[in-house]
Design a protein around this ligand. Structure first.
Ligand code: DGL
Length: 261
């Protein structure tokens, strides 16, 4: 396939930065365009129809910006909308799903926990994924209230963060779970705090690098590591806030623009 003029990424907010950060110098300097749909975050509690409408609007915008491939850097939006996007748009669309397959390969105890949004757990896509693995491993599912919110706020050293994580994970720490799947792209930013709760011996799987590898395969990109991509960013929320979030979460300076309605 031809090398695209740009690659688009989107998420309900800044979660997708946990994927984008792995692409910055791994895609042959192809320009990257990131959309944070912060004016509509979180997606986790929204209806499937609402998430499809936002995903369609953003994908159309990214293609107008030159994107010849789009990464849905959000498990919830992938679960709700990826089939629709692939049907409607003539570009490769790469999505995310909780990394149950590598978790099933990694677990020693046979107990795996998936941390994700209600939207992801409630989807037909996730049900199918789970049914491919639940004969092999015991899958514990945990919705994590307020985790997306604390990442969006960006104050990751606030003591409240640990309380929020503890409240969700405490029930799991007394089980045989030895492998945690971060099934929401916001959660990798909480990994240090998650580790403080679950301990050092536990395996934590986040799919950011695997998704970028999949993107590279899909676009047939080879031998172009260490070439930095130019980056633009848009938000349906406040641009100043997105600028600060880029700096805090992935150490990148940008000047974001408003996403048109
Ligand atoms: N980051 C998103 C995900 O991967 C969703 C967060 C949300 O908006 O609820 O599922």
């Amino acid at each position: 396939m031809n090398t695209p003029a740009a690659i688009g990424f989107f998420d309900s907010g800044v979660g997708g930065l946990s994927v984008l950060r792995h692409a910055l110098d791994k895609v042959c300097a192809i320009p990257l365009v990131y959309v944070a749909d912060s004016g509509y975050a979180p997606y986790g509690d929204r209806s499937t129809d609402a998430i499809i409408a936002r995903s369609r609007h953003i994908t159309r915008f990214l293609i107008e910006q030159g994107a010849g491939a789009v990464v849905v850097a959000c498990n919830t939006a992938t679960a709700a909308a990826i089939d629709v996007l692939r049907n409607e748009f003539p570009v490769p669309i790469v999505g995310m799903e909780p990394a149950l397959k590598p978790a099933a390969a990694a677990t020693g105890s046979g107990h795996v926990a998936v941390l994700a949004t209600q939207g992801t757990f409630g989807s037909a896509r996730y049900a199918k994924l789970r049914s491919n693995h639940d004969k092999q491993v015991h899958v514990h599912e945990q919705v994590c209230p307020h985790w997306v919110e604390v990442v969006e706020q960006g104050d990751l050293n606030n003591p409240r963060v640990l309380d929020v994580i503890n409240a969700s994970l405490a029930p799991l720490t007394s089980t045989a779970v030895d492998t945690y799947v971060l099934g929401c792209t916001h959660f990798p930013f909480l990994e240090a705090s998650i580790r403080r709760v679950v301990g050092e011996q536990i395996t934590i799987i986040e799919p950011g690098t695997a998704v970028v590898e999949q993107l590279r395969r899909r676009l047939n990109l080879q031998h172009c590591e260490n070439q930095r991509s130019p980056l633009r960013a848009f938000t349906s929320g406040e641009t100043d806030r997105l600028n600060r979030q880029f700096e805090t979460l992935i150490g990148v300076a940008i000047e974001a623009d408003r996403l048109p309605d």
